[in-house]
Ligand binder design. Sequence first.
Ligand code: BG6
Length: 495
Amino acid sequence: MSQTIIIFGASGDLTSRKLIPALYQLERKKRLDKPCRIVGVSRTPISDTQWREKLQNTTREFLGERFDQNCWNAFAPMIHYFVGDVEKQETFPKLNAMLQSLENDEPANRLYYLSTAPTFYAATVKQLGGAGMADESHGARRVIIEKPFGTDWETARQLNNDVHRVFQERQIYRIDHYLGKETVNNLLVLRFANAIFEPIWNRNYIDHVQITANEEVLVGRRAPFYEKAGILRDMFQNHLLQLLTFTAMEPPARFDADAVRGEKVKVLHAIRGMSPEEAAVNTLRGQYRSYRSESDVAPNSRTATYAAVRLMIDNWRWKDVPFYLRSGKGMSCRTTQIIVQFRRPPHLMFAKSGGNFETYPMPEIDANRMLIQIQPAEGIQIHFLTKVPDTEMQMRQTEFQFNFRESFRGELPEAYERLLLDAMHGDASLFARSDEVEAAWRIIDPIQSTWDNSLQSAPDFYEVNSWGPPAAADWIRRFGHEWFDSCPLLRGESL
Ligand code: BG6
C-alpha cells in the first residue's frame, strides 16, 4: 500500500541530519513502498521548493560522497511542506485535508513522526485523535515518538496514558536509535544464532560486564536541554539500558515484537533497586571542568556529564555478576563497547611460571574477555592467553578478531534507515514498549533523586579528553575490578 510519512517538528536538526538522509538512502536502495510522500510540518513559513533546496544541501553535507544528484532528483518530488502550529487545533483538519489530497483520497498507510519538543507530544497525539487521524479504516496509522519519553517514571506513565487514549500499543513506536544500529542487532545474532557462546553466557563463566558509551563531544548548544536532563536521563535510561537488556536477556522463542520485548522487560524487572544509601555507593558522577562556563549552564550547575553505575540482576543467570555502565561527554575517544569479562580458570597448573605472565594491556585482567565494539571500529574481539614462543611457559593475551567492515563490504547503514522501515512495515521489535520505558525509569529515578537530594556532594570534576573523574578508578577497584580503558582499534581499520 502507498505510504505517507508526516514529520512534526520538521525544521529541527533531527529531520535534516537523520530522517531525510535515512529516507533518501531507503529510496536509493529502492526499499520505500510506492507511492511514498514525506510531509514536513512546522511553523516556519517556507514553500515546498525552499524546503527541498534546504534539505538537498543538508543531505549532501551529511552523506558526502554517498550523495547522488540523480537519485536526489527522483526523491525530492516526494517531499512536501505544511505550515502549521501543533498547538493550534485548526492545524489538524487542514493537514488531514492536505494529506488526503496528496493520497488522492485513496487508502494509504501513515506514519506520524513526533520530532517536536517533547512538551508537545501529548497535545499533538490528542489533536491527531480529535481530527480522526488515528482512525485505521483507510490504512494503518502509526506514530513514532522520539526520545526523551518522559523525564521520570511519573511523566513517562502519564505520556503513555495520554498516547494510549488515541493509539493502541501496536500503533506506537517509541524510538531509541541504538536499537537500529547493526552492531546492536548483531548482539542477538551473536548470542542466539551461535551455539558456542550461550552455554558460557552466565554467572558460572562471566565475572562481570562493562558497558561503556563515551563521546568526545561536549554539550555545546544543547545546554538548555542538557542542564535538565544530565547524563542519566540522556544516555542511561535508554541507550545503556538497551545494551544491557540485549546482553542479559534470555533467548526469546521467536524474533517478534512481543517475544523480544517480553524478555527485555524481564531483565529490567530483575535489576535490583537501590536505596539512597546504596545509590551513593553504587554510582559515581562527574562533570567536565569547563561545563559550567558553557553558555546556558548555571555557574554552580551540578548536572552530571559523566556517570558510572553498578547494577545487579537478581536472576539465576546473573546472580552476583555486576554490570558496570558508564558514559561521559568530553572523553578522550568516542567508543561504545561491551566488555564481557570471563572468570579466571579455577586452577592454574602453570604455578612454576606464576607471576611470570607477560600480560597486556592490564595485568589485573588476564582472564578471557570478549570485547564487543558497537561503534566506531565495529566488530568483536576475543582475548585469550597464548604461550610466548621460545620461553619456558610465558603467556600473553592475544586475540581473535572479527571486523564488520573487513568482512562485509560497503557502508553500515544508519540506524534510522532500519527503524523507519520497520515502523513503516509495522514491526515494533526494535522499539520500546510502554512497560519497558516505565521499567527503565524505575531503575534511573532513585539514582537521579539521590543525586538531586545529596546537597553536600557535587559531581567530581574531570578534564576534557580524559576517561572521566580520577575517582572512577578507585570506585570500581573497591568492588575488585578494573576499567577496561581502551580506545577502539581493530586491526585493518583506519579510523
Ligand atoms: C542521543 C543523546 O540520544 O545519543 C546524545 O541525546 C548523544 O547526547 C547521542 O550524543 C549519541 O548517539 P550516537 O549514535 O552518536 O552514539
